[in-house]
Design a protein around this ligand. Structure first.
Ligand code: SF4
Length: 356
């Protein structure tokens, strides 16, 4: 697409958004925006943090639960860490939950409970990266910030037929996204780009026939849209190995420990494990351990192969503490730990964990 056509493409995109905007619990739709309803910066920020690396479908219920429980950033800032971590369980990337709290507290402590309304001000908050700062500035405050996530990169690569490989092409795609960003309604434009990338200009099979900017799309005209953006071959993810121990007492209590505050699943409760670096480690309690299976869990940068050991024991733990069965909630554990629990309980009869 020639750069002088960007403005016309932007107009088409907003027209389409006005008619087709997705309804989301954190979004103020175009109709309400016209009537003067303003987005709540807390909602915008919370949804953007939740949506990083996760789908809209997965986030909806979490978002509703969070705002029902903590209706304002002041409420969230006052919440106990463990309670917020518990509500976050299942969303993954727990460092984000810790940053979420740190950011909420900074907004209350340093800004009187109001989010800064510029990219620079938002960027200075803990855990707020360039993408989140731009998204909140654009959507909540209608700043002409350039909001570029994976969806927007894909749309821009196709619209402008950028054939350079990712991630090297990123800076060029940001420049092109800036060309597309209008001075008027930058927040709606950002959301329109997100919607287009999520619903029509999808990764494998873009639905070009119903695309509002079909007439401007150089990638489509060249017949290469579905192959863009081109990606450099990824190196295979390394595999780490480790052991995790599930200890249960005769009365049904389950041995848990909080993970160290930094690092994998930092600060989250879970079954004691070794260092997960293949170097081994001591079991957290004396017991007659049974090998009950293994599982693979994939983190961003590596696969983790865990060997699961389980035992019934009445010994005193060297690490962690027994949680009474009535207070033990597998659903509040991180996904990896839920998999561990499922693996252990699937063979409970063999190791004696068939408590009442
Ligand atoms: Fe994407 Fe096709 Fe639209 Fe181009 S025409 S932006 S490839 S959906």
């Amino acid at each position: 697409m020639r750069e002088e056509l960007c403005e016309a493409a932007g107009v088409q995109l907003l027209r389409w958004y006005d008619a087709q905007a997705r309804v989301m619990p954190w979004r103020v739709g175009p109709e309400d925006r016209r009537l003067g309803v303003l987005p709540d910066p807390y909602h915008v920020w919370l949804s953007e943090v939740m949506l990083q690396q996760t789908t809209v479908a997965a986030v909806r219920d979490y978002f509703r639960r969070f705002v029902a429980r903590w209706p304002t950033v002041v409420d969230l800032a006052a919440a106990e860490d463990s309670v917020v971590m518990g509500e976050w369980a299942g969303l993954g990337y727990y460092a984000r939950a810790r940053n979420l709290l740190a950011c909420a507290r900074a907004v209350v402590r340093d800004h009187g409970g109001r989010f800064p309304d510029t990219v620079e001000g938002l960027r200075a908050l803990p855990g707020v990266g360039p993408y989140t700062a731009a998204a909140v500035a654009a959507i909540a405050f209608d700043r002409p910030a350039v909001v570029v996530d994976g969806n927007v990169e894909r749309v821009c690569a196709r619209l402008f037929a950028v054939e350079a490989e990712m991630p090297g092409a990123k800076s060029d795609l940001v420049r092109l996204a800036r060309l597309l960003t209008p001075k008027a309604r930058p927040g709606d434009h950002a959301q329109a780009m997100m919607d287009l990338g999520a619903t029509i200009c999808s990764p494998r099979k873009p639905a070009c026939g119903i695309c509002p900017v079909l007439g401007f799309c150089a990638g489509r005209a060249a017949g290469i849209a579905a192959d863009l953006p081109r990606k450099a071959a990824k190196p295979a993810k390394p595999v780490r190995t480790g052991v995790v121990w599930v200890a249960v007492r005769g009365d049904g209590a389950v041995l848990l420990e909080d993970r160290p505050p930094r690092g994998l699943l930092g600060g989250m409760p879970g079954f004691p494990g070794d260092g997960w670096d293949g170097a081994g480690g001591e079991a957290p309690i004396s017991a007659d351990w049974h090998e009950v299976g293994s599982l693979r869990h994939t983190f961003t940068h590596f696969h983790l192969d865990l060997s699961v050991r389980a035992a019934l024991t009445e010994a005193e733990p060297q690490r962690g503490a027994f949680v009474p069965r009535a207070g033990f909630q597998p659903a509040a554990l991180p996904t990896l730990m839920r998999k561990v629990w499922d693996t252990a309980t699937a063979r409970a009869v063999e190791w004696g964990g068939h408590w009442p």
